[in-house]
Design a protein around this ligand. Structure first.
Ligand SMILES: NC(=O)c1ccc[n+]([C@@H]2O[C@H](COP(=O)([O-])OP(=O)(O)OC[C@H]3O[C@@H](n4cnc5c(N)ncnc54)[C@H](O)[C@@H]3O)[C@@H](O)[C@H]2O)c1
Length: 252
């Protein structure tokens, strides 16, 4: 498979390595220094594009790929308010698009179990719930896209919570002031070189239940993005990473 990489930062470089290990070829690499190479002709040399750039540049890169008719995998976070427009384009024009706030298999298992746990906790309303996320200090958006997906999974399944609120918290400080009972607090911490840690905490007077995912490095995100490129290559339509996985309970 021929791949165009849009964004050649920390993620782009790991995706390149994993794609080559899986026998794919990188035919285009775009970063902020060579944007003039982002032409329709160059994009059309690829079977699929993988976009991991910045919250402010993702939308324009996505539209360029859709204009060129190239299927695209999008991992960039912090731009998702614009997603309805992209969904409409894919449906109207028969284009292929898959996005995920987090492509790691482990996190997608976490997303699934998080929803099941929220449903269970409807019966035990003496627990309050909050989400914590920790990322490296260069991260541009807050809360993380992954934390937003976790929060949406809770809000859509737990009657007590209606919307999320975010507090970017200095290390060690508590940020629970001014959060209403029906609001779900997402506490964000920025600490050097942490690839991504997310914890859902149900707390009561008698005990706490903590459900946690810790990324040890970025390889899991990158492998999932390459798997998504393989998956979307011969499809049409608008997908989220959850469509790639089947977590149906079975006896295997
Ligand atoms: N979905 C996931 O699984 C997942 C995992 C990790 C990170 N992310 C997200 O991916 C994005 C990139 O993360 P990163 O750690 O590689 O960041 P990074 O800052 O290391 O890399 C971003 C790169 O984009 C480049 N860039 C700037 N303008 C550009 C443009 N117009 N076109 C193409 N590239 C451009 C920058 O020069 C930089 O090299 C972030 O939004 C991050 O939150 C998603």
């Amino acid at each position: 498979m021929k791949i165009a990489l849009l964004g050649y930062g920390k993620m782009g470089k790991i995706i390149e390595k994993i794609a080559i290990d899986r026998k794919h070829e990188i035919v285009l690499k775009i970063d902020q220094d060579n944007l003039s190479e982002l032409t329709k002709e160059n994009l059309q040399r690829a079977d699929v594009a993988i976009e991991f750039s910045t919250p402010h540049t993702a939308l324009s890169n996505i539209n360029n790929c859709l204009d060129a008719g190239v299927p695209i995998v999008v991992g960039t976070t912090g731009w998702l308010n614009d997603i309805p427009v992209i969904k409409q384009r894919c449906e109207d024009e028969g284009l292929a698009f898959i996005y995920g706030t987090n492509f790691s298999v482990g996190v997608n298992i976490f997303f699934h179990v998080n929803k099941m746990l929220a449903k269970i906790m409807n019966g035990y309303n003496y627990y309050d719930v909050q989400v914590e996320e920790i990322h490296h200090t260069q991260k541009l958006d807050s809360p993380s896209g992954t934390a937003i997906t976790i929060a949406e999974g809770i809000i859509n399944n737990l009657d007590a919570k209606q919307e999320w609120v975010n507090v970017l918290t200095a290390e060690g400080l508590e940020a629970t002031d001014n959060v209403k009972a029906d609001e779900l607090l997402i506490e964000s911490y920025r600490i050097d070189s942490v690839p991504g840690t997310h914890t859902v905490i149900y707390d009561s007077e008698v005990d706490s239940i903590e459900f946690k995912h810790t990324a040890h490095n970025r390889n899991g995100f990158a492998l999932g993005a390459v798997m998504a490129a393989e998956w979307i290559q011969n499809r049409k339509g608008f997908y989220s990473v959850e469509d790639m996985f089947d977590f149906t309970l079975n006896n295997k």
